[in-house]
Design a protein around this ligand. Structure first.
Ligand SMILES: NC(=O)c1ccc[n+]([C@@H]2O[C@H](COP(=O)([O-])OP(=O)(O)OC[C@H]3O[C@@H](n4cnc5c(N)ncnc54)[C@H](O)[C@@H]3O)[C@@H](O)[C@H]2O)c1
Length: 353
């Protein structure tokens, strides 16, 4: 039986508590939040469990094996570091931390203490993403050209991080999974309207090897809720609409081909193919349940999950490079250059320059 402490009981934490309560091999034994009325409702429902505003009480209790951190993004690193230092298994909501250096420190700590570090990239446990991955890997879509996504809604507006850091981790994690690699470079544009230092709307472009591209548009300042991703291949195109209750994926057997040879511009004609459109059957799983299952399995077996610390670091590396582009004229930023820049900044700080 894995005994779990949940830190953060705002909007998202209660969903994790609901799912964990339904799993046989774990038990919520401690709840922590700074909001006392919220905490009180949990101590009434779980009278045997510890309910506290002081995270140290959760981290130092012998009765806790693992913690789930569902607090605002800027608090993730400090809380996760303290938990790992105590030898606890840690599930951190997305994004893992706010810099790649922080992610690397968490990964190293988890390795030293031989505990699981897990990040809440929940869509990697969803049936539509598994189906898209299968269609890419089996070649059903042909050669992958580009992926574009749109994630927008009215709120929830964050005070600690931008819409890019809050919303884009989902789309970035899915695109890295489908592309099978990190992008070479990124560029990002966006604007801040509600709070001058926090971007409300952003568009991120990721450039991958082999002329492939991923475009992510996010906003919390939009009248409609939209969660859509289009995957375009040389043979077929797939649209994943997460707001759709039943047919979340539609595959279009559509494409465009040019002539193999032509002698003059006049002969150059594209031919458009409009084939069948169909919706593949998806094996229904609740992504959050599958995610919590993967965390518990990783603890039980000591093996890495698909959303381990490295997976969290990959997403943060993209966000970090995107932020650099956003704050420096929206130009292209190479991920390797970010590494070098951060490493030299680190050396200067270490030398006290
Ligand atoms: N996977 C998803 O689809 C998904 C969806 C929403 C949010 N999230 C993530 O979940 C996390 C929380 O988001 P939210 O929407 O629930 O935010 P929220 O602001 O509604 O809730 C955060 C809670 O954390 C508490 N808190 C803050 N600092 C704390 C501390 N030091 N110790 C204990 N409690 C503390 C606050 O009192 C609040 O109740 C974020 O990382 C967010 O990115 C994930």
């Amino acid at each position: 039986m894995i005994r779990i402490g949940i830190i953060g009981l705002g909007y998202w934490g209660p969903n994790l508590v609901r799912v964990l309560t339904g799993l046989r091999d774990c038990r919520p034994v401690a709840f922590c939040d700074l909001n006392i009325p919220r905490l009180k409702s949990y101590s009434e429902r779980y009278p045997e469990a510890l309910a506290t505003t002081d995270v140290s009480e959760v981290l130092t209790r012998d009765c806790v094996d693992a913690v789930i951190i569902a607090t605002p993004t800027k608090t993730h690193f400090a809380l996760a570091r303290r938990a790992l230092e105590q030898g606890l298994h840690v599930f951190v909501e997305k994004p893992l931390a706010t810099t790649s250096a922080e992610c690397e420190e968490l990964i190293a700590l988890a390795e030293q203490n031989e505990v699981t570090l897990f990040v809440g990239h929940v869509f990697l446990y969803s049936a539509p993403v598994a189906k898209l991955k299968d269609m890419v890997e089996t070649g059903e879509l042909g050669d992958l050209y580009y992926i574009s996504s749109c994630r927008r809604n009215l709120g929830p507006v964050r005070h600690d991080v931008s819409a890019l850091w809050d919303l884009a981790p989902h789309d970035i994690s899915i695109m890295l999974e489908l592309m099978g690699s990190l992008p070479r470079s990124v560029s990002c544009s966006g604007l801040a309207y509600l709070n001058r230092s926090i971007h409300d709307v952003c568009t991120l472009t990721m450039h991958f090897e082999n002329n492939r591209m991923g475009v992510v548009h996010v906003s919390w300042l939009d009248p409609h809720k939209k969660r859509e991703m289009t995957v375009v291949g040389s043979k077929k195109m797939a649209v994943y609409n997460d707001v759709e209750p039943l047919e979340k994926i539609k595959v279009y057997d559509n494409g465009v081909t040019g002539p193999m040879f032509c002698e003059s511009f006049g002969e150059f004609q594209f031919s458009y193919r409009y084939g069948d459109t169909y919706s593949p059957r998806l094996v229904e799983v609740e992504p959050l349940k599958a995610e919590c299952r993967a965390f518990l399995d990783s603890i039980a077996t000591g093996t890495a999950s698909r959303t381990d610390g490295q997976n969290g670091l990959n997403v943060v590396r993209v966000l970090e490079a995107a932020d650099m582009s956003l704050h420096s004229g929206h130009g292209e930023v190479h991920l390797d250059a970010v590494e070098e820049q951060l490493a030299s900044r680190h050396t200067l700080v270490a030398k006290g320059a």
